[in-house]
Design a binder for this molecule. Structure first.
Ligand code: UT7
Length: 316
């Protein structure tokens, strides 16, 4: 079954990491851990901290809009995926829209680490409604809800933002080939933060559920697109733990050569992680027109989402 679209291209991508870095070595001062353990068990080498979600989102969005060669008047909708909004109320998207000078609807998506991929799927729906250009942003100031003295969670999370301008493509050179999206609320208590508190996590259970969710979601998206793992030129998974990716890839049949990672440099930046990797993959020339790329997210909720895109967007 083909996926209804009006064509789908990411015409400009941008990302931003705040300057301040906490290395694994820095963390050994506040918790019983080691650089070796964190690298071996997660693949993380450092994480960036500082800035608010709206500040980081605004910087990444400006870069994406510049690369897409669009002005604020061209954007029909802002979708901002975040787990760490500036305020509980209002959403962070209106502030970002104001900073960017947009004149359109602005809405937060709270689907944890899957949020940016949820945003792509929502954007396709809005493009089908007649909109032409949607700004889809993932931005996080996770240092606001992370305890950097807790070795269970403090080794993992960092700040960052990534953004893309998503457009219709009448030629269909660029297209959304398939998508999958889901949630399982029975797992809310394996990763959560209560009002005014920090993230709490059952790491082993999140690991197990993440592998299952990735396998299911990527499998569904491949089947709907009529593709196999070998047909995908580049997979960009959510960056949480390299061992989660390796475990999921065993059944899916993906190789790490097909996979773009940025975990060592960023840690887990939740909704920002996939567009942060995408920006780097473009810098490295890993996407060409006609490439097939999969975006695969999972996160607290549990939530998961996958899209397969035929690339005809920005190349560098
Ligand atoms: O976006 C989703 C966000 N969350 C995740 O993706 C988290 C998914 N889970 C994980 O990434 C992993 O479960 C962790 C990285 C959190 C933990 O790794 P693990 O391989 O599951 O470790 P474990 O909890 O099974 O602990 C193994 C050992 C234990 O020691 P013993 O009992 O074997 O002596 C822990 O006490 O490692 C110890 N340990 C640590 N040692 C040094 C646990 N955390 C640390 C640490 N530094 N930070």
């Amino acid at each position: 079954m083909s996926t209804p679209t009006n064509g789908f291209r990411l015409s400009g991508v941008g990302s931003y990491l705040p300057e301040k870095i906490i290395t694994n070595a820095d963390l050994t001062a506040s918790m019983d851990t080691s650089d070796e353990w964190i690298r071996e068990r997660t693949g993380i080498g450092q994480r960036h901290v500082g800035g608010t979600t709206s500040e980081l989102a605004t910087i990444a969005s400006r870069k994406a809009m510049e690369r897409a060669n669009v002005g604020p008047e061209d954007i029909d909708q802002l979708l901002l995926a975040t787990t760490s909004p500036d305020f509980i109320c209002p959403g962070t998207a209106p502030e970002v829209a104001y900073q960017l000078g947009l004149d359109c609807g602005a809405l937060d998506i709270q689907a944890a680490c899957s949020g940016w991929v949820y945003g792509l799927i929502m954007a396709n729906g809005l493009l089908l409604q007649g909109m032409k250009k949607i700004l889809v942003v993932g931005a996080e100031a996770l240092d606001q809800i992370t305890d950097y003295t807790d070795r269970n969670t403090g080794i993992l999370f960092g700040n960052g933002a990534g953004a893309a301008v998503v457009e219709t493509d009448e030629s269909r050179a660029g297209d959304l080939l398939s998508w999958d999206m889901g949630a399982a609320g029975e797992y809310v208590h394996i990763l959560y933060a209560e009002h005014g508190d920090v993230l709490k996590m059952d790491g082993r259970e999140v690991f197990r559920q993440a592998v299952t969710a990735m396998q299911r979601s990527a499998g569904n998206a491949l089947e709907r697109a009529g593709l196999t793992a070998a047909d995908i030129d580049l997979v960009i998974p959510h960056q949480a733990n390299v061992r989660i990716v390796e475990a999921a890839w065993k059944r899916l049949g993906f190789s790490m050569d097909q996979t773009a990672m940025r975990l060592e440099e960023t840690g887990n930046t939740s909704a920002a992680s996939i567009p942060l990797v995408l920006d780097k993959a473009l810098d490295e020339g890993r996407l060409q027109n006609g490439s097939t790329v999969m975006f695969l997210g999972f996160g607290a909720g549990m939530t998961w989402a996958c899209t397969i895109v035929r690339w005809a967007g920005e190349t560098r």
